[in-house]
Design a protein around this ligand. Sequence first.
Ligand code: HEC
Ligand code: HEC
Length: 202
Amino acid sequence: MNTSLRIGGLVAGALLALGLAGLALGDDDDHDDHDDDHYEEYEHEHGSWIEPGEDVKPVANATYAEECGACHMAYQPGLLPAAAWQQVMAPEALMDHYGDDASLSTALRGELTDYLTANAAGQARKSRSRAFAVGDAGAGDLPRITATRYFRNEHHEIPSKLVAGNPEVGSFSNCNACHTGADEGVYNEHRVRIPGYGRWDD
Ligand code: HEC
Ligand code: HEC
């Protein structure tokens, strides 16, 4: 083996050790993430010791965060496929946005639609984001994250008294009422705390 290769190996080893130490110090709460099949799948694909447990890319557009985070959390673009975002962002659709008026100027609408579709489910590399791209996003009316087959499969065991009947939740659309890492794009079940119920163990 020549010297530069050996040095390269040493540097890579040192970086890996640093990364692992960072992970160990990172978040005590999540040390049992390794049990989680999606985490392992993710780790396998991307070497997640850099960003443990992130399911979808966090929102990285200040205008989007402000405009689309005014009434509910700013949903990450990776939670719906591009075609669904296009439906949501159509001018008529924004005027009657799930019962609210969320109209935008043409310029702003264009900018936010570009951001959403460029980072939509299926486009994004995160494995969880690909899951949201599978199946229909709700027939008929406007698409919903909460109507995707993947979403329903993950939430069907949760009794409605903890959701609609829970004043601190109200609806499944309020991801961040239960997912303490929702704003960081972390939906791992280990970070779920349902208000008035607590940690979810299934
Ligand atoms: C004026 C308030 C308001 C604004 C601004 C707003 N929304 Fe909404 N949005 C709502 C309401 C109300 C719902 C329905 C929530 C429910 O069913 O509990 C909703 C639902 C949604 C849903 C479906 C959530 C689900 O159930 O899966 C998506 C997606 C969504 N909004 C995206 C956006 C985007 C993108 C923007 C920015 C262009 C935006 N919203 C701006 C009020 C708003
Ligand atoms: C009422 C509380 C509640 C709300 C609101 C909620 N979730 Fe969940 N979610 C859960 C629970 C509990 C689980 C774990 C289900 C299980 O494993 O049995 C879960 C699981 C998930 C998972 C799978 C996580 C994994 O590790 O496999 C994803 C992804 C997810 N939720 C996304 C969302 C998104 C996106 C929203 C908002 C559109 C949302 N959730 C709203 C309670 C909630």
